[in-house]
Design a protein. Structure first.
Lengths: 588, 599
């Protein structure tokens, strides 16, 4: 129920929409009931007057019928329009709200989530919240207002009838919803989870189809999707069946209420306590009035799904970012040297520290390399420098300022990264370049691409810079994607440049072209390279060799062969005793 | 096929449940007539005959029984309607996904996976409204109003005339209003698919956005995309609501006219009809009965109006589904022959042509031979055609001209499943699937025991880091292998290939992302793997290439040179220039072979 309170706070900006929507819905409902009741009374009174041959005023009831018919039609249209508009506005704002909370968590806290799971949260879980508004909140308020009025109306005719009517209203509007809520809770939770798993499996199945195909695993993936589909639908079937049952039960409540009314009112007509036309009016009134409570059982059944969705959203929203931004303004460094001062860091739940006691000073405009095997802690140092994580001990400084004093965005404004994993967005080449600098003019874009040795290739494409690169850059080769990443970094024009195995997986010619492009990019910037290849580092001014998060050697390039040799000796000794290579460990 | 025809043609998937749902709903509607009659009798008896409870009690009990039966029917109808749609949904989801698999990775490369995912999840679910609600509502519209008319005509033909005249106005106006709705609905669906694809893209690339400080900017885009979706949805809904309102209006007018005509006649007043029309007399019981039936007459039509939106949502989804289902796979008739020679396998390319788009040839009559048991390296600049060769070999693409022979068999005729059973492949950027590390290694051999998984991991040099993880082989990994480095993912993929134990192995940069020590270890594993197997290695690094029996140098879609490392290096062609390039860029690891290091 705590979720409900929190959701209410999110709904609050839409209060006035809700008030108007609820009023319109109540008005529509009351008009409809009035229409039926007045018609019943009118007909019977006319017949009675006709038989008795007395005059009667038929103008008032006729006007009432006309008026309520018009209100009903217009009211329903207005009510739907208002409430749906409000819902979609609410949903749109919730998506933004969710994204705003998701964004600071990347990448550190999102590692454990599959993109399908996150997509499911921002799509269907947020959609599931519309139930709360259109199907729970509005109907509950409408039911409260109208049931009160209806009971009062019955009370004016006979208290006994009011008591009986209220009893059935409560049965249909309170007891049934409680029952269906308890029945809907478990399937609702399961549906939220299964929808996410299904999405995840479909994403795996679509994006990973090549591997599944070659490894003959397509059949299994298809079966898995089919199985999930069946499981999901089985739970939905349970809900649908319960829904049918509660609808039937509401029907029974309506009928029983009518039945009880007849049973109680017929003797009253005989005793003259109640007029004939009133009886017809009350009978039709009863049939129509249950529309007030009819939507409630399903609303409360869906509450389970909505609350499960809310919990999945709050799970993300409540996660603390790995690094939080400081309150004050970020410092404005005047020089861009980098200093790692006795840095130590462990990932949560990791057995051993990822890095410990790391010291490195990179003067402005100089080039440094960190060399080490996979899992030696190179990437960790990048993550720390980019403030994706914060060190457990020690300080990282840029231009003498502790990077903890910077907000993440302000810090990263000074840093450009070229990495082996270039994510290209499903958009045009131009859009992908503009990410680095949305205001860049075409001339600057072309200039950057020329330097990155990719302009000629792009210019040859039929659509040039407007060529769609496709999801994760499927249409570009690895080398081309990497060069676009270099162009991006050039456009960003940041004083610090981080290179993460920029030439990995490229052929020699491409690598040479890229290195030439990088050379232009590196000019005048403070450069830090991480690599697992100790060779070809003549162009750097200093090297730090890492092994399992510790410094193995530091100095100019000449320290590398010695350090690597020493490490190899250790490895060889371990191999001799049958131990595993230490090269790999969790999280690099 | 038109969307409508397609939706109708899927009807058999709903099975008997759909018929049952329609039948139950019809019965329920007919029972409403009986219920109205009971109620009219009771009210008439009490009000005009002065009867008491004792007289009407049997009618009251009958009414009670009727209520119970109708409630039961309602429940069963709801269940079978759901059942009907469920049948369609599960079958189609399976069918469409399998069709996608049939189309293969080649088709997927040209489509946004986010949009496809949306079609397969939400799109399929959107079909529910059509089969569970629209189709039954449609049938009921044709049955129930006629049944009610048939009952009302003998009772009071004037009222039935009113009903008969007003009823056709409803569908007429709905068609007028809904004429532009289809297009708007299509647009709305596209907007939805766009939104989903966009969100998936943003989620998968959020780190990159962050590096460029663009992730906050993205807030505005998320807001805009969500808002666009809201507006296009509201456009669709406004039409749906307007048509419902018109419907409602006509139904209300109809009921009011019926009520007024009955009331006036009961009061013996003249009613405004042409005087040549002989106005029939009516009794209270008849009048009440007809009045109670009037809303029932319009109810199916109104219901149809409400469900019309469900039909449009289904039609929009169906269009996407048809788009997938009507795409033919590149190879119309898949091969059926089993693979004749299995071990060891040799492959020959004979003048193979391929182009991704008209006029831009990726392969221009490429010919080469991969003899059984040999180790062939494929080198060349990016864009030379290496990836295309591999995609052809894996059967993802089919040659435009020329042929690929496996042994003496044309790959075109071979059952691709059988061919792939004899393949192992490590792509450039391997993907890990939702599940444990063991499951991921088992991808090609699902029933392998843990011992073989371990052995494969050991040979891929992945055992060390896997076993150092708290949950070991049971550690759960996601698509990017949460917490695993590129090199670690690569080694898991390599373990996959080891476990597969296939006679033909394709390694696309299998040792990229590895540090020299791991690379050497993995290379040893690969050497072990190469024994008795045919190996095709795409490589950029000379160390990997050196050990090959033959090197194929690709250039602009052709084999430019081939031979051993030494022969090619001496020949002074492209390959020799490539070696020189390595020297120049200074990252030729062949110079730093650690084993030669005296230290």
């Amino acid at each position: 129920m705590n979720e409900l309170l929190r959701l209410w706070r999110l709904f609050r900006p839409y209060r006035s929409w809700m008030i108007f929507g609820t009023l319109a819905a109540s008005l529509t409902l009351i008009a409809n009931v009035t229409l039926m009741a007045a018609a019943g009374w009118f007909l019977t009174a006319m017949a009675a007057a006709g038989i008795a041959g007395v005059a009667m005023n038929y103008f008032t009831p006729a006007a009432m019928i006309r008026g309520s018919a018009m209100i009903r039609t217009a009211g329903r249209y207005g009510e739907r329009l208002i409430n749906h508009e409000a819902t979609f506005r609410l949903i749109a704002s919730l998506r933004v709200w969710f994204y705003q909370h998701l964004e600071p968590l990347a990448p550190a806290r999102l590692q454990q989530y599959h993109s399908g799971d996150l997509l499911s949260r921002i799509r269907s879980d947020i959609d599931a919240l519309d139930n709360l508004y259109v199907r729970v909140l509005v109907p509950v308020v409408v039911a409260l207002i109208s049931v009160t009025l209806f009971t009062l109306f019955l009370y004016l005719h006979a208290p006994l009838l009011a008591a009986s009517g209220l009893f059935f209203f409560l049965l249909a509007g309170v007891a049934l919803p409680i029952w269906s809520r308890s029945r809907g809770q478990a399937p609702g939770q399961r549906i939220a989870d299964d929808e996410s798993t299904l999405r995840t499996s479909v994403i795996d199945g679509v994006q990973g189809m090549a591997e599944l195909t070659v490894y003959g695993a397509t059949e299994r993936q298809a079966q898995r999707i089919d199985e999930l589909s069946h499981r999901l639908i089985a739970d939905q079937a349970r809900l649908a069946s319960d829904h049918g049952l509660t609808q039937a039960a509401v029907g029974i409540c309506t009928s029983l209420s009518l039945w009880a009314l007849l049973w109680l009112a017929i003797p009253m007509v005989r005793s003259g306590q109640l007029g004939g036309p009133e009886l017809a009016m009350l009978a039709l009134f009863t049939l129509a009035s249950f529309e007030a409570v009819a939507p409630l059982p399903q609303a409360f059944q869906l509450l389970g799904r909505s609350l499960a969705a809310a919990r999945r959203l709050f799970d993300i929203v409540d996660t603390q970012p790995a690094v939080s931004d400081p309150a004050g303004p970020s410092p404005r460094p005047e020089r861009f040297d980098i200093a790692f001062e006795r840095i130590g860091f462990s990932y949560p739940d990791a057995g051993r520290p990822a890095v410990s006691d790391i010291q490195l000073r990179i003067p402005q405009g100089s080039r440094a390399a960190i060399v080490g095997a996979t899992g030696s802690g190179k990437s960790t140092l990048f993550n720390l420098l980019l403030r994706f994580w914060a060190p457990d001990s020690g300080t990282i400084r840029i231009g003498g300022h502790d990077i903890a004093d910077f907000s993440g965005d302000d810090l990263r404004r000074h840093i450009a990264v070229v990495s082996q994993h270039t994510y290209l967005f499903d958009s045009t080449i131009r859009e992908n370049l503009l990410i680095a600098n949305p205001q860049a003019p075409q001339a600057a874009i072309e200039q950057a691409c020329r330097v990155a040795q990719i302009h000629d290739f792009i210019a040859e494409l039929p659509e040039g810079y407007d060529t769609w690169v496709g999801e994760t850059g499927v249409r570009l080769s690895g080398g081309q994607g990497r060069r676009i990443a270099v162009a991006r970094a050039l456009l960003k024009d940041a004083p610090i440049l981080l290179l993460d195995e920029p030439t990995e997986g490229l052929d020699a010619a491409t690598e040479r072209d890229l290195m030439r492009a990088l050379d232009r990019l590196m000019t005048g910037r403070t450069v830090l390279l991480i690599t697992h290849r100790p060779a070809g580092l003549d162009w750097v001014d200093q090297v730090l060799v890492l092994d399992q998060g510790r410094e193995l050697a530091r100095g100019d390039v000449s320290v590398v062969p010695k350090a690597m040799a020493a490490e190899l000796l250790v490895t060889a000794a371990e191999r001799a005793t049958g131990l595993q290579t230490p090269a790999a460990s969790h999280s690099s | 096929m038109s969307v409508n025809a397609w939706l109708k043609s899927q009807r058999p998937l709903a099975g008997k449940s759909l018929g049952l749902a329609i039948w139950l709903n019809t019965t329920n509607g007919l029972l409403a007539i009986v219920q109205a009659w009971c109620l009219a009798v009771i009210l008439d008896d009490v009000i005009f005959e002065g009867s008491g409870l004792d007289t009407v009690a049997p009618w009251l009990w009958g009414l009670l029984a009727l209520f119970a039966i109708r409630a039961l029917i309602l429940w069963l109808a709801e269940r079978s309607a759901f059942e009907a749609a469920a049948g369609v949904r599960t079958t189609l989801r399976n069918q469409v996904y399998r069709h996608l698999q049939h189309l293969g990775p080649g088709y997927l490369a040209d489509h946004r996976s986010g949009a496809l995912v949306e079609t397969l999840t939400k799109g399929i679910d959107d079909l529910e409204g059509y089969y569970a609600r629209f189709l039954p509502a449609m049938t009921l519209t044709m049955i129930l109003p006629l049944a009610i008319l048939a009952v009302v005509i003998p009772v009071d033909w004037l009222s039935s005339l009113v009903l008969l005249v007003t009823a056709p106005m409803i569908p007429l106006f709905m068609i007028l209003i809904g004429s532009g709705a289809e297009a708007r609905n299509q647009r709305q669906w596209k907007q939805l698919a766009r939104m989903s694809a966009h969100f998936l893209d943003v989620i998968q690339g959020i780190t990159t956005l962050k590096l460029f400080g663009a992730s906050r900017r993205e807030v505005d885009i998320v807001a805009r995309v969500s808002d666009d979706y809201r507006m296009s949805t509201m456009q669709v809904l406004r039409v749906a609501f307007l048509s419902s309102a018109v419907l409602e209006f006509f139904a209300t007018v109809g009921i009011a006219i019926v009520a007024v005509f009955i009331g006036f006649r009961l009061y013996d007043m003249a009613i405004p009809v042409p005087h040549w029309l002989p106005v029939p007399d009516i009794s209270y019981i008849q009048g009440l009965f007809v009045l109670m039936l009037a809303p029932e007459f319009y109810a199916p039509l109104r219901n149809l109006g409400t469900q019309y939106h469900a039909r449009m949502a289904a039609a929009a989804a169906a269009e996407q589904l048809i788009g997938v289902l009507e795409t033919q796979p590149a190879q119309l008739e898949p091969g059926t022959e089993p693979l004749a020679v299995t071990r060891p396998l040799g492959v020959r390319f004979e003048a193979v042509h391929f182009s991704y788009e008209e006029g831009r040839d990726a392969l221009k009559g490429m010919s080469f031979d991969i003899p059984p048991g040999e180790r062939i390296a494929l080198v060349g600049t990016s864009g030379a055609g290496k990836t295309t060769v591999i995609n052809l070999l894996l059967g993802f693409l089919t040659p435009g001209a020329g042929r690929i022979l496996v042994g003496e068999q044309d790959l075109f005729r071979i059952d691709l499943d059988d061919w792939r059973r004899h393949l192992a492949w490590v792509p450039q950027q391997p993907r890990l699937f939702q599940g444990s590390i063991a499951d991921n290694i088992r991808l090609g051999v699902p029933d392998a025991d843990l011992e073989s998984v371990r052995e494969a991991a050991r040979r891929a040099r992945a055992q060390g880091f896997i076993e150092s993880m708290p949950a070991g082989y049971d550690s759960l990994v996601g698509e990017r292998g949460a917490g695993l480095s590129g090199g670690q993912i690569q080694r898991i993929a390599l373990a996959r290939a080891f476990l597969r134990d296939a006679p033909f192995v394709v390694l696309d940069e299998a040792t990229a992302n590895l540090d020299p020590e791991s690379e050497r270890l993995v290379q040893e594993g690969i050497d072990e793997l190469a024994r008795d197997r045919t190996l095709l290695v795409v490589a950029h690094r000379l160390a990997t290439v050196r050990g090959a029996d033959r090197i194929l140098v690709l250039d602009q879609g052709c084999v430019a040179e081939q031979g051993t490392h030494d022969a090619l290096a001496a020949a002074g062609g492209i390959y020799a220039r490539m070696i020189a390039a390595y020297g120049e860029s200074g990252s030729d690891v062949t110079d730093t072979n650690p084993e030669d290091d005296p230290a």
